[in-house]
Ligand binder design. Sequence first.
Ligand SMILES: Cc1cc2nc3c(=O)[nH]c(=O)nc-3n(C[C@H](O)[C@H](O)[C@H](O)COP(=O)(O)OP(=O)(O)OC[C@H]3O[C@@H](n4cnc5c(N)ncnc54)[C@H](O)[C@@H]3O)c2cc1C
Length: 424
Amino acid sequence: MSVIVTCETDVAVVGAGAAGLAAGLRLAAAGAAFEVIEAADHAGGRAETDTATLGVPVDLGCHWLHDARANPFAEIARRLGFALGRGGRDRTRRLHLGTRFATPAEAGAAWREVDAAFAAVRAAGEAGRDVPAAAVLPQGGRFETLARHWLAFMSASDPEGISTRDYALYRDSPDNWAVLGGFGALVLANAAHVPVTLSCPVTRIDRSGPRLALETARGTLSCRAAVVAVPTAVITRGRLGFFPALPHDLQDAFAALPLGVVEKVVLGFDRDVFGLPERSFLDAFREGAPEEGAVSALIRPDGADGAVVHVAGGIAARLMEEGEAAMVQHALDAMAAVFGTALKSRVRAARASRWAKMDYVGGAYSGALPGKAHLRARLAEPLDGRIFFAGEALGGPAFSTAHGAHLSGLRAAEAALASIGAGR
Ligand SMILES: Cc1cc2nc3c(=O)[nH]c(=O)nc-3n(C[C@H](O)[C@H](O)[C@H](O)COP(=O)(O)OP(=O)(O)OC[C@H]3O[C@@H](n4cnc5c(N)ncnc54)[C@H](O)[C@@H]3O)c2cc1C
């Protein structure tokens, strides 16, 4: 751990998630003098692979290479020897209706209804309408709970809080490939040689002088340019301040892009309680009980006797408030409804993520509030020609994803280099 006290560099990078690490990679490649400063005691941010809970890699944050054929991490994974699993709605995908598994015909009808919901949201956004997704969703379908859950899973918000226009700007594809050794591990492996100063929150960026002054608990870092690669929530909650304060329109843009809630619960059992093949994917909800919502679960990752249960949107936000025990109980109840209550006596380990409660993260991923999708582009404008924002919220058509964050970090670093007359 390096000590800052008062030192100087050319470019400072705030945050060592996928975006900040990518910026570090670009700056290192350019031979620039730079420092990457991270609040947490580890790098990676929302890219975090846990191996302790199940004894195999499971991701608490990003796991799938979305839009995998165009995803830069696909090539990075190949280069670093990380195997990729090609998911999708294949034969290992199950749908449970609360008392029994859906028949193939029911599952087909369910996924058609989910697809129709997504298509309605996209069509409204592509037509230029920026309204809540809930306003354009087909109503009263048998699988509405599942459609709402998947919209919440994808956008980290219940449909009432999803902007149709923002959603339509996201580039989706059927190619979602899992990083089997852990996407978090991949992000770290890719940036293994980027030096990061850990456990060092930047509290304020003083932009009043000829050089920027980054104030941290361990001293001040003076620099010519900065890449600020922190989640939007960190800025709106004042965990990172600016002097003088950010322009009002930029503050409005950060506020328009809050992080929603998606959390994962990792459950380990002392034997196989599922009877399903390795890496089966399960969706489950109880028909007639929309208030209970739905869950999605990756069953037996890497063949382990366990599951990773995903909870999204308002239900996840409520459970977060109640605490980790409530989150674990919810996931266990959902698994017990499908596989029988006996599994509750076979639990040997449990861990819930708490992204929404972490001071320096504050949620899962960004989504524009209805009516505010146009403000996402504002984040990409440099501040004073020397502060460049990065992170998943600036991922362009890949916003909310790890590869969007990565690409934004590369872009911000490039701009920072240009601003100091360095680069290529
Ligand atoms: C449950 C969940 C599932 C997901 N699934 C996927 C998926 O399957 N595929 C996908 O592509 N994406 C997924 N994502 C999204 C993906 O993980 C994120 O988009 C991406 O990791 C964000 O990277 P980032 O660098 O923008 O931000 P972060 O990873 O949040 O990094 C920001 C870093 O800045 C640090 N920081 C904050 N404030 C300060 C400060 N003041 N001073 C110093 N450091 C600071 C933080 O500690 C953090 O390390 C998922 C996310 C979650 C939560």
